[in-house]
Design a protein around this ligand. Structure first.
Ligand code: BEZ
Ligand code: FE
Length: 289
């Protein structure tokens, strides 16, 4: 096509594809070009704005490395990560939620009743529940990969003061499908704002806060892996999570209990002298199709 115009450029773009282009690639690229071109027309994108956008992407690339995933963060604050999650999670199991950029592989084993709080200050939280199938039958041998921030709001990979695997652990359910561990009450924290994503948040008058949460990845043979988070119902940022991760069924109560109610069979049993919080949350997995 010689005479490319603002009106025909999307069609022309598609005509340049090779005949043997993978059909899914063709579908995705057609839609991407259609929406991208429509966006530029819609806002009458100026050269300066286009240049600013390119500079933004370059800055996101520059700041990214093995542990800093600025493009994931961009997707998160734009709501894209959550939308993709929701498009592919049915309604039968526990809702999924954002993975976020701070999961690390190879966390140590956390036996049933194990403690992740260690010497850190803060309220003790006992998190427990049953991993079940959609009919409520317990799943034995399910693996739960757990991670959260320290009380300073930083994940271990962001904080030189923490051990690599602090506030990370992997627990396997027993024959009754139960999991249980103690930790410190999670805190609300901000996503990183020292890069270009922070500039977008500031430019649009948005705060960078996430409501406090525990992250879980739950895996069991014969079931779809579940990437999720659980949130306490009294967090001030529940209704304005900057990465759109909150789902109704992931919100639960941290119930306060006196120390004498601390459960038996936990690493901290007998040593907790202050009131503690109990979060009972079942995780429902969907069978593989
Ligand atoms: C997180 O929950 O770890 C997280 C999710 C999205 C962006 C930043 C952090
Ligand atoms: Fe998180």
């Amino acid at each position: 096509m010689r005479n490319v115009t603002a009106d025909n450029i999307t069609d022309v773009f598609m005509k340049y594809f090779g005949a043997d282009t993978d059909p899914r690639m063709r579908e995705v690229m057609k839609s991407l070009a259609t929406h991208l071109h429509a966006f530029a027309r819609d806002v009458n994108l100026t050269h300066d704005e286009w240049r600013q956008g390119i500079k933004f992407l370059e800055a996101a690339g520059r700041i990214s490395n093995e542990t800093r995933h600025e493009f994931v963060l961009l997707s998160d604050v734009l709501g894209l990560s959550s939308l993709v999650d929701m498009l592919h999670s049915g309604t039968e199991g526990t809702s999924s939620s954002v993975l976020g950029p701070f999961h690390i592989s190879g966390s140590p084993s956390l036996p049933f009743g194990g403690d992740m709080k260690r010497h850190y200050d803060g309220e003790v939280l006992v998190a427990c529940g049953t991993v079940t199938d959609t009919a409520g039958n317990p799943i034995a041998g399910a693996e739960i990969d757990i991670w959260q921030t320290a009380p300073n709001g930083l994940y271990s990979s962001q904080d030189e003061e923490q051990d690599t695997f602090s506030f990370h652990g992997i627990q396997t359910t027993g024959p009754d499908g139960r999991y249980g561990f103690s930790t410190v009450k999670p805190v609300s924290y901000t996503v990183p704002t020292d890069g270009p994503v922070g500039d977008i948040l500031r430019a649009t008058g948005r705060h960078p806060w996430r409501p406090s949460h525990l992250h879980y990845i739950v895996k069991a043979a014969g079931f779809r892996p579940l990437v999720t988070e659980i949130f306490p119902d009294d967090d001030p940022y529940l209704d304005q999570d900057t990465v759109f991760g909150v789902r109704g069924d992931l919100v639960m109560k941290y119930a306060p209990h006196p120390p004498e109610f601390f459960p038996n069979g936990y690493e901290l049993s007998g040593s907790v002298k202050e009131p503690f919080l109990l979060a009972e949350f079942d995780l429902r997995l969907v069978p593989l199709a």
